[in-house]
Design a protein around this ligand. Structure first.
Ligand SMILES: Nc1nc2c(c(=O)[nH]1)N[C@H]1C(S)=C(S)[C@@H](COP(=O)(O)O)O[C@H]1N2
Ligand SMILES: [Mo]
Length: 499
């Protein structure tokens, strides 16, 4: 064996690092061709998200917001690279432990991928490819003639291969064999049988800085646990209805297209939205009636929970009672006139008015299981969040946020209390009495409602505070509560400098 390597420990560390990165890139390339979620870093990040305690993930999200996932992946990539460097160093003097360490890391990646719900045995392959590539590269490097130039050239070639693989996997994830953008682009949705009730002539005040009544798909907030979003082939997709039912049913995408299609404006909100936050949005959804479809399976009246499951194993539990109480609960296939965007659940998701997303709005939907709250806890319930409760009445000031010129200033924002609706919004300037605001037109209580107020602003610093009253006459509480366990409360206020 070739053990007397004159290269410096540093050179070995660099070799280990480059071999690791090249291996990772090849692993990601392999995954891109059949299942992007099984790529080593994606699978590892997914596994970390699944096991990390709520307090830790919450602290992290509080700290970095929705950059949490990119940062987690970057952190794991850097961590893996550092470990790769250390293994390279170790390989210099202790070849067998170093080789064993690479194999071990390959197995950890494979185990992470294999334990991801919805992925088959093949999910282990990308991590094994990554480890094998790193191992072979490092061995190969160690066997090269020890002149510096030759070794450096080799590392550069390896780095080039890695970079090319990374570029190719980026491309493949978008438009390659596992890409489904083309399929989505080719789909034309049918016209609704039950069209939306238009909200009225002034659904949108069109004030600059104010959220539009309907948020365009590209601007719509996105919240989910998916590191790499599931990419579903609509031709093989199916929806299984099972559990406490008289008969199990399975629907294809074409089955859904053939049913009565309903279009509705419905506002989605995230339970982890802070007071004044933007994890809320309104869209026009096209879909089939969830209640009608479930009824065909003959649900057991004792089934008080509808568990919806996505292809990546995420679950939500919704009170069956609410699904059947006549509200427009939809199995949605369209969003704002387009097929569901991939990030928002392509090809099929749930949208149920009046409940936070974590207990109702399952994306990448594949299963509906009639069950009970006693027998099953859905994803976030096992992580400290409350079983379903109504959405809390909230209002937000969109404009102005910090500065205004003296004179007439249009203060505007949105308010929401889905399914109960919004009946009034009031604004308070500094410690003055509350004044009523003008409200936009809405067609149902399932959407948010814009409000505005023409404020005669004097120079200086002012505090604006907003509060809403829901459709049942209940005034939004000023009591401050954090997002855990069932949604934040308190009033949104902004400090504006008028110049
Ligand atoms: N499969 C899946 N569906 C999911 C989630 C998820 O993590 N996985 N998150 C839910 C949460 S917490 C919210 S608030 C909504 C957000 O939907 P959006 O990303 O389309 O805005 O999706 C819900 N559906
Ligand atoms: Mo959420």
């Amino acid at each position: 064996m070739n053990t007397t390597q004159p290269a410096s420990p540093r050179a070995w560390a660099v070799a280990g690092l480059v071999a690791t990165l090249a291996g990772l890139a090849l692993g990601h390339l392999a995954a891109a061709f059949f299942e992007p979620r099984s790529a080593p870093l994606s699978a590892l990040s997914d596994a970390v998200i699944a096991v990390v305690p709520l307090s830790v993930s919450h602290w992290f999200i509080e700290l970095v917001g929705t950059a949490d996932k990119p940062l987690l992946i970057a952190g794991l990539a850097i961590g893996t690279a550092v470990v790769g460097g250390a293994i390279g160093r170790l390989r210099r003097t202790r070849p067998w432990p170093a080789r064993a360490a690479i194999v071990l890391f390959g197995l950890i990646g494979a185990a992470a991928a294999l334990t991801r719900p919805g992925l088959g045995l093949a999910a282990a392959v990308p991590s094994l490819i990554a480890a094998a590539a790193a191992l072979v590269s490092l061995e190969w490097w160690s066997r090269r003639r020890s002149e510096d130039a030759s070794r450096r050239g080799f590392l550069m070639v390896l780095g080039g291969v890695g970079a090319a693989a990374l570029g190719a996997s980026w491309w493949a994830a978008r438009s390659g064999p596992a890409g489904i953008e083309a399929q989505r682009d080719a789909l034309t949705l049918p016209e609704p049988d039950a069209p939306v009730v238009e909200p009225g002539p002034v659904a949108d005040f069109e004030v600059e800085g104010l959220s539009p009544y309907r948020v365009p798909n590209g601007d719509f907030y996105r919240i989910d646990t998916a590191i790499t979003v599931p990419r579903i082939d609509v031709d093989t997709w199916s929806l299984r209805v099972h559990g406490m039912v008289d008969r199990e049913l399975t629907f294809s995408f074409d089955d859904l297209l053939g049913r009565e299609l309903i279009e509705r404006d419905i506002t989605l909100a995230c339970v982890s939205n802070q007071v004044g936050g933007d994890l809320v949005g309104n869209a026009r959804w096209l879909g089939v009636s969830l209640a009608d479809l479930l009824a065909e399976a003959g649900p057991d009246p004792a089934a008080d929970q509808l568990v919806s499951r996505s292809t990546d194993g995420w679950t939500a539990g919704t009170p069956t009672e609410l699904v059947f109480d006549g509200r427009d609960a939809l199995i949605a296939i369209g969003m704002n006139g387009a097929p569901l965007p991939i990030d928002h659940g392509w090809p099929v998701r749930l949208v149920i008015p009046g409940l936070y997303g974590y207990v109702s709005a399952t994306k990448w939907l594949t299963e509906l299981e009639l069950s009970t709250f006693d027998s099953y806890n859905a994803y976030w319930i096992t992580r400290g969040w409350s079983t379903p409760r109504p959405i809390k009445t909230q209002s937000r000031i969109d404009t102005p946020r910090s500065k205004a010129s003296s004179g007439t200033v249009v203060v505007a924002g949105v308010a929401w209390a889905q399914h109960r609706g919004i009946s009034a919004v009031e604004l308070r300037v500094d410690d003055d009495p509350w004044v009523p605001c003008e409200l936009s037109d809405v067609s149902t209580g399932d959407t948010w409602r814009q409000w505005k107020y023409e404020w005669d602003a004097d120079g200086g610093e002012h505090t604006l505070t907003v509060r809403a009253t829901d459709g049942e006459g209940e005034v939004q509480t000023s009591v401050e509560q954090g997002v855990i366990p069932d949604g934040a409360t308190g009033l949104h206020s902004v400090t504006v400098t008028v110049g």
